[in-house]
Design a protein around this ligand. Structure first.
Ligand SMILES: *Cc1c(COP(=O)(O)O)cnc(C)c1O
Length: 451
């Protein structure tokens, strides 16, 4: 058995937790391309975002300069109810794999919403409340973001309407109930409550919906309702800023253990947890202080980084959002109906897209059966049932640890365990009874949507 001088879980004390978020853009030598107004094809100005986002968040979205942003007192107080999140040393996993690698994971599933999304949800709800808004809209795919935002809005007594991708709405009745328990209204998307939804329904009445389509509906609802704004749980620069709390805590906790990662691994849907986890380590790399590897892990059925194009594209299906330069499969892309692993967004954070494009980050994709195999193995070994999304990072971390077994290298691996999988038991069931399949889109199929 490995000597265990590092505790199984490292939890920062109150005076060690970060009081500021870190804005990685302030240290990037080349910035991500700006958001464009699709009407004029000119970079968006802050004021142009005000109809959609609340003012402070519009400011954060475009602020490439401010390196550290104070976390407001109210948000720090809320963070205290479930943070700092623990950094685990995965001793049992190391032993089972027989690897000389040291494996750490930052666990973000210890709150009722069950994922890291609450870190940004509470911030976005706070700024909306502070501006005196009377309502928010959003979309949710698998349901974690809707749950986190419903929790955050309940805290600030803010009315919330959630457009939930219809497929998930039907597959995950309890996700729905949780969101409603927190007091939010939930509408399966596409719906007949918006022009965007009605147009999509007219084209394909049987569609199970998509994230891009739910975004279109939520944005339309926000801009056509007085005092209402839209919030998004991933992709945006502001979300990566809030999620930097994950990386800052992880770095401080590793320092307590006298460790520094050789490899940092995270799953990538829209890129928010990964962007947050890697931020302070990427800073070191950009400043030539250290040289860790960063690996984004995505599903083979929705491979934006590994098979998408780095171009300007819409963030939603109905093309109502600004244009973002990002790795994208095309705003009309919808992963196959059998895909159960989450991470189904067609694009990727412009910050991460730029880092990947510049060779500062790597990306891999995995088929879902191999992701669920890792999830089941990890559950049995570490006693945490991971969200399917998180299991992508687990898969990649295990493979990296097995490579170390081959080479004898005692690398330090850090991965993000973004959430728990208790609402994904239908997907686990499919894996366990052998009915889960892998469908990897052909180049021809992808070409139909690529911009
Ligand atoms: C939403 C979600 C993700 C993916 O979103 P990112 O913005 O890419 O981080 C990953 N894990 C869990 C548990 C999620 O809920």
């Amino acid at each position: 058995m490995a000597s265990r001088h590092v505790p199984n879980r490292i939890i920062l004390t109150e005076d060690q937790v970060p009081k500021q978020w870190y804005n990685l853009r302030a240290d990037m030598k080349e910035l991500p391309e700006p958001l464009l107004n699709p009407g004029t094809m000119q970079p968006l100005k802050e004021e142009e975002l005000y109809p959609v986002f609340c003012k402070e968040l519009a400011h954060q979205e475009l602020d490439d300069q401010t390196r550290y942003v104070d976390i407001p007192e109210e948000i720090l107080a809320y963070y205290k109810t479930y943070r700092p999140s623990p950094l685990h040393r995965a001793y049992r996993l190391e032993e089972e794999l027989g690897t000389p690698a040291k494996i750490y994971f930052k666990f973000e599933g210890n709150n009722t919403s069950g994922s890291h999304k609450l870190n940004s949800a509470i911030a976005q709800a706070y700024y909306a409340k502070k501006q005196g808004l009377t309502g928010l809209t959003t979309e949710t795919g698998a349901g974690q973001w809707g749950t986190a935002l419903a929790m955050a809005c309940a805290h600030f007594h803010l009315p919330l309407t959630v457009y939930m991708v219809k497929g998930s709405f039907n597959q995950k009745p309890y996700r729905r109930s949780i969101i409603q328990t927190f007091g939010a209204e939930i509408i399966p998307s596409p719906s007949d409550t918006t022009n965007a939804g009605r147009a999509i329904l007219a084209q394909s009445p049987e569609t199970a919906g998509s994230l891009g389509c739910a975004i279109s509906e939520a944005v339309e609802k926000a801009v056509t309702t007085e005092g209402c704004r839209y919030v998004l749980g991933s992709v945006l620069n502001q979300v990566l800023l809030h999620q930097s709390v994950i990386g800052l805590e992880a770095k401080a906790a590793l320092e307590l253990a006298d460790e520094y990662p050789d490899v940092v691994i995270g799953c990538a849907g829209g890129g928010s947890n990964l962007g947050g986890l890697i931020a302070p380590f990427m800073r070191d790399k950009l400043l030539n202080r250290t040289d860790p590897r960063f690996i984004a892990v995505e599903p083979a059925s929705c491979p934006s980084l590994t098979r998408g194009k780095y171009v300007y594209d819409f963030c939603d299906t109905a093309k109502v959002t600004p244009l973002a330069k990002m790795y994208t499969l095309g705003s009309g892309f919808i992963p196959g109906a059998n895909h159960a692993g989450g991470l189904r967004y067609h694009g990727m954070s412009p910050i991460l897209s730029k880092l990947y494009h510049d060779g500062l980050m790597e990306a891999v994709s995995y088929e879902q059966t191999s992701v669920f195999e890792a999830a089941a193995f990890f559950s049995a070994v570490e006693g945490i049932v991971p969200a399917p999304e998180s299991a992508h990072a687990i898969r990649a971390a295990i493979d990296e640890a097995l490579r170390c077994k081959g080479t004898g290298e005692a690398k330090t691996i850090l991965f993000g365990l973004t959430g728990t999988g208790y609402f994904d038991m239908a997907a686990y069931e499919q894996y366990l009874n052998g009915s889960m399949t892998d469908i990897i889109p052909t180049d021809e199929a992808l070409a139909n949507y690529l911009p």
